[in-house]
Each structure stands twice: as structure tokens, then as C-alpha cells.
Design a protein around this ligand. Structure first.
Ligand SMILES: [Fe+2]
Ligand SMILES: [Fe+2]
Length: 299
């Protein structure tokens, strides 16, 4: 087992009264040379800040590569915008960030097809990802990992984000496109530790993961086949864990659609895909009485 659990919750006191979260996902950028879309990312971030959002969640699939040199580009843009801090931005990885599908299929499968090495590669990539974005995870210059929790304090109110990594290793039979998701039981168990419950007490809790709770869900066979390649295998377990943590919202990406729906009493928001529409994001306004409103905003 190789995961990090960061029990240290760093409270942040902000003077801002309005609590608005922004969420978008699935950028699928083509690297540093993808100038046009990187510019569009800058435009979106500026619009989000101007709309008064206190925190931004980006739920994975940043680039179409697993190269940490690419991830640094996002870090630089956030730094330019003055957003590269723990209390302003949360970024989690998606399958495209952690799984090099071509390598898995052509090289590793031939050389070493055992599942342990695949899991190890995903966990090592996760560690690299957390290392690049460590200041956004811990608020300090130390490496941490999944699952992790942020408790953001805004005056008398706290908003807590609970991050789970749902990237499931590639496997020619069980995950042929590398796009199926799985919340590791170790991570879910860690979240049920009593210390988590007490840290979240009185907080407005928001879960964050990459994979979609719901995909098509139609009875049509071709859709079902597609669902299978994209699905979050143990979505019910993840949902149950979020319910235990009294989460009000679950934010995800992966399935490139801007949509909001309800599952088990939790409002689930798919942040859609920046790659399809770089001028849209999901905005969540949280009120002191515990109510919230979610809408998609076009800039
Ligand atoms: Fe994606
Ligand atoms: Fe994805």
C-alpha cells in the first residue's frame, strides 16, 4: 500500500464574506506549445476571479500526456495569476495525467504484464503529480497525497473539500482504455477515520474526484459498452463514503459533459470539459445557512 494521508488540516482564515467555488475539468491541453488554449485558460481564470470565486477546483485530465514538464505549465499560469496557493486552488489528476496508454499497451504489457507493476506505475505517477502541485495540497513545501482534505475557513463558515484519486491502472481485460475508475478501498477507509469526522464537523463538505458517478445509463447496448469503459467501478462505495462524511456535493469530470444531477441525496456536478468549451465553468454559491446554488456560467 502506498498512499499518503495528511491528517493535518491547515485552517485558513479569509476575510471574504461571499463563498463561491468555481469548478472546471478535462483541459486535455497539448503541452506548452498549445498557446491558444493556454491563453484561454488564463482568460477563464481571470473571469472566475472577477466573478468573486474564492476557490477553484480543477478535476483532472490536464494534458494529453503524463509528462510532469507539462504540469509545470499549469503551475506557472496559476503563479502568474496569483492563484498558486493552497486556499485558492485544488487540482487532482485524471486518467490522462497518470496513465500513458500507449506505453502500457505496447511496452509494459509485453515486458511485464503483471497487475502489481501497473498499480505501482499509477501510484508513482500520482506521487510525481502531488510533488509538482505539493503547495496546492499541503499549503507547504512538503509532499503529500491522497486522500486529502482541505478545511477552508471563511469567517464563521467552513467549506471542506475531500479529494479522492479514482484513477485505476490500465489492464487489457479490465481497463482496456485506461478510462475506468476505482476509488481505492485504502483511501475510502482512511476517510472513515474518526479524526476526519471531527475535522469536518459543522463544515459544508464537498467531495472531489475525477471519474463520473453517472455516465449515460441508457438501456442501449452500445451505450452500455461505452459506459463500461468509462465507469467508476465502485461508485456506490464512494457515494456511501461521501454520505458518511455528510458531503452535500460531489464534483467530478472525465465524462466530457457539463451536467448536474442528484445521487443518494448528494448533488453531483460534472465540470464538463474545458477542451470542448473553454468559456464555461460551474459556479457554486454557498450560503451561511447551509444552502447552496449551482449554475454553469458562460464567460
Ligand atoms: Fe477527459
Ligand atoms: Fe478522464
Amino acid at each position: 500500500m502506498n498512499f499518503y494521508w495528511s491528517p493535518e488540516i491547515n485552517p485558513v482564515v479569509l476575510s471574504d464574506k461571499s463563498i463561491k467555488l468555481a469548478h472546471f475539468s478535462d483541459l486535455h491541453l497539448a503541452g506548452r506549445q498549445d498557446r491558444r488554449r493556454l491563453e484561454r485558460l488564463g482568460t477563464l481564470l481571470t473571469a472566475i476571479v472577477n466573478a468573486g470565486c474564492s476557490h477553484i477546483v480543477i478535476s483532472g485530465d490536464l494534458f494529453n500526456s503524463t509528462d510532469p514538464a507539462d504540469w509545470v505549465v499549469i503551475r506557472e499560469i496559476l503563479q502568474e495569476k496569483g492563484l498558486y496557493s493552497w486556499d485558492r486552488v485544488t487540482i487532482i489528476p485524471g486518467n490522462h495525467d497518470l496513465i500513458n496508454l500507449e506505453e502500457e499497451m505496447r511496452i509494459y504489457n509485453a515486458l511485464n504484464p503483471d497487475s502489481k507493476s501497473r498499480t505501482r506505475r499509477v501510484l508513482e505517477k500520482t506521487k510525481e503529480f502531488c510533488n509538482v502541485f505539493r503547495e496546492l495540497i499541503t499549503g507547504e513545501d512538503t509532499v503529500a497525497g491522497f486522500p486529502y482534505i482541505k478545511v477552508l475557513q471563511y469567517g464563521d463558515m467552513t467549506v471542506s473539500l475531500v479529494m479522492v484519486n479514482t484513477v485505476f491502472p490500465w489492464a487489457n481485460t479490465d481497463n482496456p482504455l485506461g478510462a475506468r475508475g476505482y476509488a481505492r478501498p485504502e483511501e475510502l477507509r482512511a476517510l472513515l477515520d474518526p479524526s476526519v469526522d471531527s475535522a469536518l464537523k459543522g463544515s459544508f463538505v464537498v467531495g472531489v474526484c475525477h471519474h463520473a458517478y453517472r455516465i449515460y445509463g441508457t438501456g442501449i447496448l452500445i451505450d452500455q459498452a461505452f459506459d463500461w469503459t468509462m465507469e467508476l467501478k465502485n461508485r456506490e462505495e464512494l457515494l456511501q463514503t461521501m454520505l458518511r462524511l455528510r458531503a452535500r456535493l460531489l464534483l467530478h469530470g472525465h465524462f466530457h459533459r457539463f451536467q448536474a444531477y442528484t445521487a443518494g441525496g448528494i448533488r453531483v456536478v460534472n465540470g464538463g470539459s474545458f477542451s470542448y468549451n473553454p468559456r464555461r465553468y460551474s459556479e457554486i454559491a454557498i450560503y451561511p445557512d447551509g444552502n447552496f446554488k449551482q449554475k454553469f456560467v458562460d464567460i
